[in-house]
Design a protein around this ligand. Sequence first.
Ligand code: AHG
Ligand code: MN
Ligand code: MN
Length: 375
Amino acid sequence: MGRIKTGILNRNQGILDFLNLKEEARMNRELMSVQRFITQERFKFPKATGEYAALMSEIVLTAKIISSEVNKAGLIDVLGMTGNVNVQGEQVRKLDEYANDLFMHILKYSGHVCAMASEEAEQLVQGPQYTNTGKYVVMLDPLDGSSNIDANVSIGSIFAIHRRVSPAGQSGELQDFLQPGHKLIAAGYIIYGSSTMMVYSSGFGVHGFTLDPHIGSFILSHPDIKVPNECKIYSVNESYYKYWHKAIQHYIDRVKGLGENALEKEMSSRYIGSMVADFHRNLLYGGIFLYPGTVKKPNGKLRLMYEAIPMAYILENCGGYASNGFEPILDITPKELHQRVPLFMGNRDEVQLIEEYFRRYNPELCEEYFAQKAG
Ligand code: AHG
Ligand code: MN
Ligand code: MN
């Protein structure tokens, strides 16, 4: 940004910059709005129609509105519960409902989406007939970390986009959603934290944009994010320790510097309880996030389609990795909309080590998993 202050309009310098393509690329990044970024990404696809860029604009608009509501949550009547229970069996908060309705409304009428699936909606949601031409389906966790809303703790929204596989010209169908994560077109999240940020990938790296609330635009602030080499943090709700499988108990002992495989330099523990916020911090600082299955709940809590797949996609686009303990999250073909999955994600080596711990300490679970998959 310094260049802009110190004389972007200097004519001679401008000509030099023009002749120097590297400098041109650098200048292009300055004051890069998310819309311009997405429009430029389109140039990589000569056949692109602009529909995807238009859909992303609608997501950006929704994010700005939710951000504005979250920022004044204590002043308007959006805190607390609605009194309803969602399909996940969880209490619905007012802001959950608000964010869900807003996403649904804006995307439904955008014309680019033939169906949507949300953590808050039991069935998939189809748009009016004219949206049957939409090429895409969107999967949403409209508000993540909602138990933290009333305490002013960071929360987020998560989205993922598939190209439809059902024939164009009719409503979107379940099969459009039951695709493995490696087929995604794009995924991202918005974190409503000390500032609002959108982090996003369409398969060409992972990029972060910070919302400037004064101008109402997301501006590129974290280009080409890469998972740091060092894994310094572990994030898990340790109160479930006694319910975990041996593999996870041993792994967590290790990162705390205990037991036979103890790390010499233990990791730090950080757990917010908003997955987006835990994920975002770990992405920037280096860390591993775990939401394991337990003896009582073998599939854990987090949802494959709305939480695991989008984050796994982001990680794989910046050097990280996500697994259910047995195989890559992105290789799992969902069987139903609200499927849950054990989730381990962050630095690749650490996640792969967890897979190894499962093979070493719980071989019976591995056998069962792959037998079920085959049969
Ligand atoms: P959501 O608010 O979308 O239902 O998700 C809450 C999730 C996730 O954000 C977080 O990591 C996890 O719940 C926390 O669960 P525990 O309280 O069991 O740790
Ligand atoms: Mn969530
Ligand atoms: Mn949610």
